[in-house]
Unconditional design. Sequence first.
Length: 203
Amino acid sequence: METQKLYVLPNLPYDHAALKPHLSEELLKLHHDKHHAAYVTGANAILQKMDKARTDNADFDVKATFKELSFHIGGHILHSLFWRNLAAAGRDGGGKPSGRIENVLTEEYGSFDRFKKLFSQTAASVEGSGWAALTFCKGTQRPIIMQVEKHNINVYPQFRILMVLDVWEHAYYPDYKNDRGKFVEAFWNIVNWAEVNNRLEKL
Ligand code: MN
């Protein structure tokens, strides 16, 4: 049988209630089981449409299709990273970074608090739907904050993403209504710094 060669929704690395009180069980169920799942389904539907077009030797709307594919794959990849850089507060989540990530952030931003402020401002100022992402440029050996619009706009090609924060309304409305700032503050209590450091070490 031919391999499916399609995307698969990863399981959360913790249960839906693990990030309480910062993120509710209801929010995580909606966000992971519905929203993330929809990007996986969306990307796979396009891949299958393209497979069918190849079989039928048919044309398709290349511009619209690739734009939509970029959106869905971006959504899938970013959410997959997001779940992994979160962890239960007071266990693996929260606190301050240590190890190489601490050195890299302190050297670039002067202090962890200054990095935190810039990253929070990045998240707060996303116009509409998007993400704040901490990336690392191998060429300059510098961390660079990326403000992603939607799931795929403003992305620096090949920069390793170390940490992301989803600021689409679906990421916080069930718990925080329109108060994105409060959600961004809560995020710092559930960052899994060991995982962020691990991603940097694996570069
Ligand atoms: Mn999301």
